[in-house]
Design a protein around this ligand. Structure first.
Ligand code: CO
Length: 276
C-alpha cells in the first residue's frame, strides 16, 4: 500500500499569485522524498481544462481566480496510485462539491459484483442533482504495472455496455462535473508524452533523447523533465511514431470543470481507498 498522499500538501500551495511550476515541482519532489516516483507529471488543469495540462520548462504562469484540478500519480516499481483534488479559487464551491459527492457516493456503492454502468449511473445522478453535467467522454480506469490507463473503463454515466468489478480489482474512480456541455476535446498543445514503440531512430539528438525517455518505461513524462532545448528531438520522435503527445483536454463549450479521484481496491463487500 502506498501511504504517500501528497495531494493535500500540494493543494495548500495553490493560491492566487503562486506559480504553477513551483506547485508542480514541489509536488513531484515531495513524491520522490517519500520514496515514490511520479507515475505521470503532476497535472495542473485550470477552468475549462479537464486534464493533461502541466507547466512547461521555465513556465512563468501564476494562478488567478481559477478552478484548479491537481491530478497526481505515484508509482513504486510501476504500481500506481492515482488521485485528484479540485482547489477552487474561482468562487464556485457547488461545482467542486458535485464531483466530490459523486466520488463519495460511487465509493459507497462499489463492491465485488457491481457493474461499471451502475457506478456511472451513481456519478451521473449525483452530479445532475447539483444541476451540473458529468464529462461523459472521460472515465475512471483500471491500473496495471507501468500502465496508468488499463481496462476496465469506469464511465461517468450509465452505459449500454458494462463489466462487473471483481474482488481484488484496483481501479481509479474519477468523476468530472461541469457547467458546460459535458464533453471534452483535444485542444492542441501538449506538454506530456509517452513512449509507444521503442524503435531505432536516425537522428543523433532524437536517439539521445530516446535514451533519456526510456527510464519512464510506458508511463507519461513531461517535456520540462527533459531540459530546455528538446523541441526538435521530440518532434522527430513523434514523427517516427516512437512517442505520442497527450494534448490538453478542454470542455467543448468552455465550461468550468471540477474533478475528484481516488484509487481503490475492490473488496467482497465494499472497497478500500488506497489514496488517502
Ligand atoms: Co486517473
Amino acid at each position: 500500500m502506498l501511504c504517500l498522499s501528497p495531494e493535500m500538501d500540494a493543494a495548500r500551495k495553490v493560491v492566487e499569485g503562486e506559480s504553477l511550476l513551483t506547485v508542480a515541482e514541489f509536488t513531484e519532489n515531495l513524491i520522490r522524498e517519500k520514496g515514490g516516483e511520479p507515475a505521470f507529471p503532476v497535472n495542473i488543469s485550470r477552468n475549462d481544462e479537464a486534464a493533461h495540462a502541466t507547466p512547461s520548462f521555465n513556465d512563468k504562469t501564476v494562478f488567478g481566480k481559477d478552478m484548479v484540478k491537481l491530478d497526481i500519480g505515484v508509482h513504486i516499481d510501476g504500481y500506481i496510485a492515482d488521485t485528484a483534488v479540485t482547489v477552487d479559487l474561482s468562487g464556485n464551491p457547488k461545482l467542486v462539491e458535485a464531483a466530490q459527492v459523486a466520488l463519495e457516493n460511487a465509493l459507497k456503492f462499489i463492491h465485488a459484483g457491481v457493474n461499471t454502468s451502475e457506478i456511472g449511473g451513481v456519478v451521473e445522478d449525483t452530479i445532475g442533482s447539483f444541476g451540473f453535467k458529468p464529462i461523459i467522454n472521460l472515465t475512471g480506469h483500471g491500473l496495471e504495472q507501468y500502465i496508468q490507463h488499463a481496462p476496465p473503463t469506469i464511465p461517468n454515466k450509465r452505459m449500454p455496455h458494462s463489466v462487473v468489478l471483481e474482488e481484488g480489482d484496483i481501479v481509479a474512480i474519477e468523476p468530472f462535473a461541469t457547467d458546460g456541455a459535458g464533453k471534452i476535446h483535444d485542444a492542441g498543445n501538449a506538454e506530456i508524452y509517452h513512449l509507444i514503440s521503442n524503435r531505432p531512430v536516425r537522428h543523433p539528438s532524437a536517439r539521445a533523447l530516446l535514451q533519456e525517455i526510456e527510464k519512464y518505461k510506458t508511463l507519461p513524462f513531461a517535456k520540462r523533465w527533459l531540459g530546455e532545448r528538446v523541441d526538435f528531438a521530440l518532434v522527430q520522435l513523434v514523427k517516427a511514431g516512437v512517442i505520442q503527445p497527450y494534448p490538453v483536454l478542454k470542455e467543448i463549450k468552455g465550461g468550468l470543470i471540477s474533478q475528484a479521484e481516488h484509487t481503490i481496491l475492490v473488496t467482497a463487500d465494499g472497497c478500500e481507498v488506497i489514496t488517502k
